[in-house]
Design a protein around this ligand. Structure first.
Ligand code: HSE
Length: 372
């Protein structure tokens, strides 16, 4: 396998190093913005050098973001090159288009490192769905949010200080909205659900609530009632799909996930619950699964599942919620308790997210174990 590597940041360097240990993979050219020289690969600033190199059969994209990754990947597919990418936004947003284009040009795409970094979650899903019927997937898919929430819970930090530490450690960006507003989890959930259920979720039908407005006092009230808060993406075969802060008891696995780790679970009709835990980001965990995908391509494995049709996402199920709104009336529904400035009430997922859109300074968290 001759690889054209797009991007030589944290993950790209990891991929370059790990492929050196593989007999049947060579990184032939690297697209890199900086001037640098590598002992075993030609470095270029011009993507055309990779596109036009007919000896390169596989393009590994680890630039991230939608553009120019989309243009590079689609051009590479049209040039007959297989794709390995760690880019969850690209795969979630252009899912149908990329799969159709790859099929049309007879090439393969794999993207295991896009969800759960080092865990190998998508390839575990691929095996699970092959024999079993999956009912649900859910999980903590964003290490930055888990680090912030865990630091607030265990170290008693307020949100601003926990975010500052996440930024200092390189987990959160200077502009952290993709992580803290749940967008990263949303991409990972949509991609995982598409593969788990063989569908193509309509992105506008998957509501997302993040953790930006959580306070020290919210965490204190959760603690008093025996809960910890996690940002969780959930999707079900019946069409339900959402990303939202969720409260777990300490007796549950999710309640015990420390620092920047991920925990992603599937529920199969035969397998029951299986959970996958590990580092969801970082140079070597992520690069490892990029190289695993290259090895899978060499073994003839293409995409994880056939591309499915759309599904409606009604999100009609009723849940119990913690809701704190500095202003305005609460969503309709019976209120059962008051936790400080927050109220515990019942509402459907769709109603709650509709209400949240008009209340951007509110904080909500689902409490699944209170649903009767
Ligand atoms: N920002 C992501 C996270 C990186 O914190 O999990 C890995 O996708």
């Amino acid at each position: 396998m001759k690889i054209g590597l797009l991007g030589f940041g944290t993950v790209g360097e990891g991929v370059y190093e790990l492929t050196k240990q593989q007999e049947n993979m060579t990184v032939a050219r690297v697209l890199c913005r900086k001037d640098r020289s590598l002992p075993d690969a030609a470095v270029t600033h011009d993507f055309a050098d990779i596109l036009q190199d007919e000896t390169i059969d596989t393009v590994v994209e680890v630039i991230g973001g939608l553009h120019p990754a989309y243009e590079y990947v689609t051009d590479a597919i049209r040039a007959g090159k297989n794709i390995v990418t760690a880019n969850k936004a690209l795969m979630a947003v252009y899912y149908d288009e990329l799969l159709a284009l790859a099929a049309q040009h007879g090439v393969s795409i794999r993207c295991t490192a896009a969800v759960g970094g080092g865990i190998g979650w998508l390839s575990a899903l691929e095996r699970a769905r092959r024999v079993d019927t999956l009912r649900e997937i859910h999980g903590i898919m964003n290490g930055t949010c888990n680090y912030i929430l865990d630091s607030m819970t265990r170290l008693g930090l307020d949100y601003a200080e926990a975010l500052r530490r996440a930024q200092e450690l390189g987990y959160a960006e200077a502009e952290p909205s993709t992580d803290v507003d749940g967008i990263d989890t949303w991409h990972k959930l949509i991609l995982s659900a598409n593969i788990a259920f063989g569908v193509s979720l309509e992105k506008a039908d998957v509501p997302v609530a993040g953790i930006r407005n959580i306070t020290y006092d919210d965490i204190g009230w959760f603690n008093r009632h025996g809960y910890v808060c996690k940002l969780v993406g959930t999707a079900r075969r019946d069409g339900e799909a959402h990303v939202q802060p969720t409260l777990y008891a300490l007796s549950e696995l999710e309640g015990n996930i420390p620092a920047n780790f991920n925990l992603i679970s599937l529920d199969g009709e035969v397998a029951g619950r299986q959970s996958f835990y590990g580092q969801g980001a970082g140079r070597y965990p992520t690069a490892l699964n990029v190289v695993q995908d290259c090895a899978d391509l060499l073994e003839g494995k293409g995409f994880y599942c056939p591309c499915g049709g759309k599904t409606a996402v009604p999100n009609r199920s009723r849940m119990v919620w913690y809701v704190r709104a500095p202003r305005g009336p609460l969503p309709e529904g019976p209120v059962s308790e008051q936790w400080g400035e927050g109220k515990i009430l019942e509402a459907s997922v769709a109603e709650m997210h509709r209400w949240l859109k008009d209340h951007p300074d509110a904080f909500i968290a689902a409490i699944p174990d209170r649903v009767k």
